[in-house]
Write a protein that binds this ligand. Structure first.
Ligand SMILES: Cc1cc2nc3c(=O)[nH]c(=O)nc-3n(C[C@H](O)[C@H](O)[C@H](O)COP(=O)(O)OP(=O)(O)OC[C@H]3O[C@@H](n4cnc5c(N)ncnc54)[C@H](O)[C@@H]3O)c2cc1C
Length: 384
């Protein structure tokens, strides 16, 4: 008998959600993380009046999954902002507006702080999940089980879930190679007060100096994500960010910077497979792409939803059975690859200085703007 049915490496949002969803099926689940705080900042109060600069735009299908799994139950709703419209601007006069009403839905996304979401998910992590403060160091697969060597000793499981982030040790240990691209861009995140009401709209600007997104927050606040070249990002700090943003794109009238500035290196990472033997990859361990459409965690939680459904249907006896892992691998391929290449082409097109690319970019905006069917298709793809 193995120590666990499922061992999950990594207690970030993807790993913690997997632990809650699979333990609900009655499986013996363990959740391992090197960081004692991860998946553990449960009762930490949210940051008072200020808003965290790390926020996620959660699409409706993923919010439904979180709600069904009761992972949204403990969300502080007064800190969540809905998005009903998205304006996409370019360097010229083109503007594309996508509204929830274009697709017959109520909202495009809910903006939620990272701590608010983690806290709500962690509130569901009860004693049925064994918490291990260890580092996964080596993985060895057998036909019927996986042996995992950790900093706290050796253990075995039927299914090993790699939710240990973009630099996944489990993925490496399982000999899954990846294709990578370092864009030499940095994602800058920060919160601002603005002069004009956002009216539940998000704004995105795509220009030769990167992509700037304004995500609405409750009240007169917005959270910005600026994907800027490393060189430009290096020049932006507390003293210069407001002015440099306003010079390029300022749809709501920036007033004050009201948070610290977060910086994230932007990479593309696509593994050759998201399932091998008795190991599956979820979340950033399974894919990392540009935050242009704010979909990274959404795709990660879609991995969790798919895995949960497959284990429930085919894996209650053996969670790591071929019928689960093989179906999971095939089911996730399309969405993961399409988001990776879609965000990459959007980025390359936006930052290109070639007049041909700029013309195609402008034409694309216009074509989608004029064609309701294309608009509806784009929105449905984005909201899942
Ligand atoms: C600027 C920016 C903006 C973004 N905006 C959005 C957005 O609006 N919407 C959206 O959906 N996504 C967004 N994303 C993507 C999103 O942030 C990530 O997809 C998400 O945070 C990944 O979560 P995860 O749980 O998969 O990984 P992580 O949060 O990286 O968690 C991995 C965990 O594994 C642990 N770990 C690592 N190694 C080991 C080991 N060897 N053993 C045990 N544990 C280990 C770590 O301690 C950590 O707790 C954005 C990303 C960026 C950079």
């Amino acid at each position: 008998m193995t120590d666990y049915d499922v061992l999950i490496a990594g207690a970030g949002v993807a790993g913690s959600a997997t632990a809650v969803a699979l333990s609900r099926l009655g499986l013996r689940v363990a959740l391992a993380d090197t960081n004692v705080q991860a998946g553990g900042a449960l009762n930490e109060p949210l940051t008072g009046d200020g808003f965290e600069n790390r926020v996620f735009a959660i699409r409706p299908s993923i919010k439904r999954f979180l709600t069904d799994e009761r992972l949204w139950n403990d969300i502080a709703e007064e800190r969540v902002q809905c998005v009903t419209r998205m304006h996409i601007d370019g360097e010229g006069r083109e503007r594309l507006t996508l509204g929830a009403h274009d697709a017959g839905i109520l909202e495009l996304a809910s903006i939620v702080e990272s701590a608010n979401l983690r806290r709500s998910i962690c509130a569901r992590l009860d004693d049925s999940v064994v918490r291990l403060n260890v580092e996964i160091q080596a993985v060895e697969q057998d036909l019927d089980f996986v042996t995992v060597v950790t900093s706290g000793g050796q253990m075995s499981c039927r299914l090993l879930v790699a939710a240990d982030g973009a630099n996944s040790a489990v993925r490496r240990q399982s000999d899954i190679s990846v294709s990578e691209r370092d864009y030499k861009y940095t994602g800058l995140v920060a919160n601002f007060t603005v002069a004009r009401p956002h009216r539940d709209a998000a704004y995105q600007w795509m220009g030769t100096e990167g992509v700037i997104a304004y995500l609405p927050l409750p009240g007169n606040l917005v959270s910005i994500v600026w994907s800027a070249s490393d060189e430009l990002a290096g020049q932006l700090d507390e003293n210069t960010l407001s002015e440099e943003l306003a010079k390029r794109y300022d749809p709501l009238g920036i007033v004050d910077l009201v948070s610290g500035i977060g910086r994230f290196p932007l990479l593309r990472m696509l593994p050759q497979t998201v399932g091998r033997g008795r190991v599956v990859l979820v979340g950033d361990a399974a894919h990392q792409f540009l935050p242009l459409a704010g979909q990274g965690l959404n795709v990660g939680l879609a991995d969790v939803a798919e895995l949960t459904a497959l284990v429930e249907r085919h894996g209650l006896e053996d969670a790591g059975a071929f019928s689960v892992v093989n179906r999971y691998r095939r089911a996730r391929k399309e969405e993961v690859e399409s988001f990776t290449y879609f965000t990459e082409s959007m980025h390359d097109m936006a930052v290109s200085r070639s007049s041909f690319c700029r013309a195609v970019h402008g034409f694309g905006f216009e074509a989608v703007g004029r064609t309701n069917i294309l608009k509806r298709f784009l929105i449905q793809k984005a909201v899942g």
